[in-house]
Design a protein around this ligand. Sequence first.
Ligand SMILES: CSCC[C@H](NC=O)C(=O)N[C@@H](Cc1ccccc1)C(=O)O
Length: 662
Amino acid sequence: MPGLHLRFMTIAGGTALLLAACSSGNGDGRNAAAATDAADAAAEPALPERYDAKAFFTTTTYSLAGGHVWSPDDGRLLVSSDATGIFNAYALDAGDGTATPLTTSTTDSTFAVSWFPDDARVLFAADKGGNELDHLYVREEDGTTQDLTPGEKVKAGFMGWSKDGKSFYVETNERDPAAFDLYRYATDGYERTLVFRNDDALAIAAVSPDGNTVAMVKSRTSADSDLYILDTRTAGAGPKLITPHEGNISYGVHEFTPDSGKLVYSTDQHGEFQQAWTYDLGTGKSEPLVSAEWDVAFVTYSDSGRYRVSGTNADARTAVAILDTQTGKEIELGGLPPGDLAQVRFSRDESRLALMVSSDTSPRDVYTVDLAAGDSKRLTKALNPAIDEANLVASEVVRYPSFDDLDIPAIQYRPKGASATHKVPALVWVHGGPGGQSRTGYSATIQHLVNHGYAVLAANNRGSSGYGKTFFHMDDRKHGEVDLQDIVHAKQYLASLNWVDPDRIGIIGGSYGGYMVGAALAFEPEAFDVGIDIFGVMNWVRTLESIPPWWASFKEALYDEMGDPATDAERHRRISPLFHAENIKVPLLVVQGANDPRVLQAESDEIVAAVRANGVPVEYVLFDDEGHGFTKRENRIAASEAYVKFLGTHMGTAEQPPQPAD
Ligand SMILES: CSCC[C@H](NC=O)C(=O)N[C@@H](Cc1ccccc1)C(=O)O
């Protein structure tokens, strides 16, 4: 679920300081985790310093650009950052980390896309208030900007540079809202040429560096897809199928090799997990490239092809490997702190790397690594300096049994000080999708909740990605049924922990996860004590009838998985919380962005009205300038404050259970 993983800063104030002063100071949560019940009984809980939402979200979110990250002289890095509270593009000095703003939006989140190959112009992207109608803009060297893809209802995206740097590729749905055509733009003057008119609404995935080949994906179902390639040199040529097969096989595209000779693609043809294979454009032969006991999540090359970077999704954590293709050996990166690597990008001369390092307790920071010297340099400090990392909590990957004894993976966060004599209230966290995955790594929202004494169990119910195709498809057309039972069993697992108060367990989730919140409260009304629904689907008939037009390329697959509202409306009504809202009897908080094109505001408006009619406490937070996920700091703070305040009121805190009403 984009945008829900936030960050922050500032000390919570009197209450937090008092709690910290009362703690014994004789250990942190890890010590407490190892303690026996007897020891717990003897010890005062070691409570962390508490920070408010503003503190957590004053932390800066950094992301490296997706195109050229390094400036032509390798002196600066192009990044997106929300240092001002709104995302903008910045040039980060690769020597000392000084950040120079390149865009200065105070309203719409604006993201860095790419440096130009040979000068200081940059491409950047922005939508309007979260409506997902992204446009591509150029920032000239004098600071003026130009929308390269104008049009009120247009959605456009950058598709890469040509190898010679004389052009770049852009997809746009300006001709047909449901289909993205591909254009080549001249680097000088931005004159554009149609490369491919996409009459069949295929998903354009990659353009080869020499511009001769375009790779496209056609999804039939979430289990079955095909790859097509287009030879752009042959006038009138159409997309050619390169994955003829029988049965269900899922294919996806990573990228073309730097010499444009092969397409690197992903497939689950050879087992449970996605492997990376190459398709030779000359011979039509396929060969294995990278495989693991987990999904291969990405494969990418340095510009010359000397280095190959790949990442696997290893039990909800990304494991990155960098291969020197000349020596065939993996590179060990020196001088980096412990943590997960992401967004590894080689400098133009390939002597240095830019990358992000993060952990459960530390948001992503930008580092550079000098390959010859073997040392690294930290360029950013994302975590608010007012927050001491020691007060945050590392996650643990656990597994619990569901109704049929299937092991369900989950990411568990145990608040510091939680023990058998200091039981804490808890939340089951449900991710978006269907088919998403809760992963380890820093989440300001979760850390804020845990810092305030709420245990969080982020359950990866059946149907989640990352655990093989069998697990992934176990919820197909059984949504709101088997996946919901996994979530109810997450609650039972939490209730079995001797440091959790079994009588105070709530549920929280966004989008599809918000749907699970509504479904749990409506269909399993005894299971949870409160619910927080963050832009959740409440009426599947309406949601599936009104999906954004630009989802056409996977509408068939979505309808195959969820059901077609034209023929499955009865089941959709049966599993939609809105039509069963009379069952909802516990306090509910609903949070929604008014511009959300996927889960319309009506979904939240109507569930709020329906549950209020039951005489149940319902709180509603509506952001008029957000879409599917909250990107503005002010709103992220307001949302997280609302979660903690609502939980404090209706479920109490670890120290103070809610008082019975007079
Ligand atoms: C089969 S995936 C549907 C699209 C997409 N999935 C991944 O994020 C998505 O936006 N899902 C929403 C929920 C939703 C599902 C179907 C139709 C509208 C919204 C989410 O973020 O969970």
